[in-house]
Unconditional design. Structure first.
Length: 464
């Protein structure tokens, strides 16, 4: 083995270990920075190791592509705010999956141009790599569009939609099997590619914006599987390891998210969850609610002993996390115990609330998962809900006709007083009314979350 060969193989081993450690450390906010650094080092070693391989004989196009990638990635990372992390994540999945698909396409045409014999196993890996890569790319772009509200966030459905989608996928799979079994006409691979791209778009159309946390995790799994398949096609062990770890972690996270919503993959992908139920909306308009002013809220919060804050997507939209930090500090100085309850599907991606609260420097030890914090609500003087909706709806416990029946929720209705900051009475992504808003112990605080929390902070000094 040449000296260069030993160096790149050693780089691959260290890179693989760095990727595994990165995922391990990223599982906790306390070690997340270490996890990010480990992942960056691992990817750098992977790139350096690949460039040292003897197959690389020219660096011109590699350097050009790296410059183009950096030219796209750096501005995106700089310009996208923390509230847009889900969108940025979706785009990163799109680019990664597209890269895998393009490599698979290049390998397919290289074999076709040179007439090199291809084993069924290698062609199978190329087929899996390209179909997953292309459908993940367009699906991720669609997810980005829904998260950014470029594409309507509501489910877009039509009669027989699921049948059409499955037929298109079946045709694509059939063409893929044909390519594996025997040489095919020139039109087959472009048709296979087109169907894969189209299926990715159609896959996301019937999914509501509220299901994006699960969808993003699932697309992460698809991108990882495409990367692993690319590793088999190129006989690259590092790609196999990194892709398999990524695919497994994304799939496990998807399972956790579905469990948190008490729903199946089929329901998420084909259930058109999130269409507003007009009958509920009409009935809700006739129910009385109790509202309060910032002065009222400041009086209640200032005299409380224990406050549990429940952040939701409305907090992210209003970018209220920094004002919330000010409120937390002001209450803490008054001797009020303040904790945060994080639902697994709050926001639009796993960990969305944790990221935003960490940006505002809210201590990690104040953030609690649903299972840990739920028993504390009965002892809380105030539960302050900021922009959350379905994850605090008591109907999930008892209304068997509700689409969220059985979904684990935060037990905010058990607090002595519930205050909900919300722009309007519009339903959440499940499209149903929230009975929490009409309870005797609930006060509705209508307005922009950032402005309203800021007004509460201003009123707190006047509280005796």
């Amino acid at each position: 083995m040449s000296e260069a060969g030993g160096v790149w193989q050693a780089a691959y081993i260290v890179a693989a270990l760095s990727v595994v450690l990165s995922l391990k450390w990223l599982s906790s906010p306390v070690t997340a920075r270490r996890g990010v650094l480990s992942g960056e080092i691992g990817l750098l070693l992977a790139v350096v190791g690949t460039l040292l391989r003897h197959e690389v004989i020219s660096y011109e196009w590699i350097l050009i592509s790296m410059a183009v990638g950096a030219g796209i990635g750096a501005p995106l990372a700089y310009l996208m705010p923390m509230t847009a992390v889900p969108q940025l994540t979706a785009l990163s999945h799109a680019f990664g999956a597209l890269a895998a698909a393009l490599v698979g396409t290049a390998e397919y045409y290289r074999y076709a141009a040179t007439g090199t014999p291809v084993t069924g196993f290698t062609m199978g890996a190329l087929v899996i790599e390209t179909v997953l890569g292309y459908l993940t790319c367009t699906a991720s772009v669609m997810a980005f569009g829904k998260l950014q509200e470029i594409v309507p966030t509501r489910p877009m459905t039509y009669r027989g939609q699921n049948v059409v989608n499955l037929v298109l996928l079946a045709i694509a799979v059939g063409l893929g099997v044909w390519m594996i079994v025997e040489p095919t006409p020139a039109w087959v691979f472009p048709a296979f590619t087109g169907l894969s791209l189209l299926f990715g778009v159609l896959l996301i159309l019937p999914i509501g914006g509220g299901d994006m946390p699960t969808v993003i995790a699932l697309l992460n799994s698809y991108a990882g599987a495409a990367c692993a398949a690319m590793g088999f096609a190129l006989e690259n062990r590092l790609l196999i390891i990194a892709g398999a770890v990524n695919a497994a972690s994304g799939f496990i996270l998807s399972v956790i998210m579905c469990k948190a919503m008490n729903r199946s993959f089929a329901n998420v992908l084909f259930g058109a969850f999130g269409q507003v139920q007009t009958t509920n909306a009409v009935a809700a308009s006739t129910k009385p609610v109790r509202s309060a002013t910032p002065e009222d809220a400041a009086q209640i919060l200032g005299s409380a002993r224990k406050v549990i804050v429940v952040p939701g997507y409305g907090m992210a939209v209003a970018q209220a996390q920094h004002k919330l930090r000010e409120l937390t500090d002001a209450l803490t100085k008054r001797g009020v115990e303040v904790q945060f309850a994080i639902h697994p599907v709050a926001g639009r991606m796993p960990g969305h609330m944790n990221v935003l609260l960490a940006e505002a420097d809210i201590p990690y030890d104040k953030l609690h998962e649903m299972e840990d914090i739920n028993p504390d609500f009965a002892e809380a003087d105030v539960a302050l809900v900021i922009g959350a909706n379905d994850v605090v709806n008591p109907a999930a416990r008892h209304d068997v006709n509700s689409p969220i029946y059985g979904m684990p929720i935060l037990d905010v209705d058990k607090a002595h007083t519930v205050m909900v900051i919300k722009r309007s009475m519009n339903p959440g992504f499940a499209g149903i009314d929230n009975e929490l808003y009409y309870m005797d112990r609930t006060l509705m605080l209508f307005g922009d979350a950032k402005s309203f929390v800021g007004e509460i902070v201003k009123e707190l000094p006047a509280v005796a």
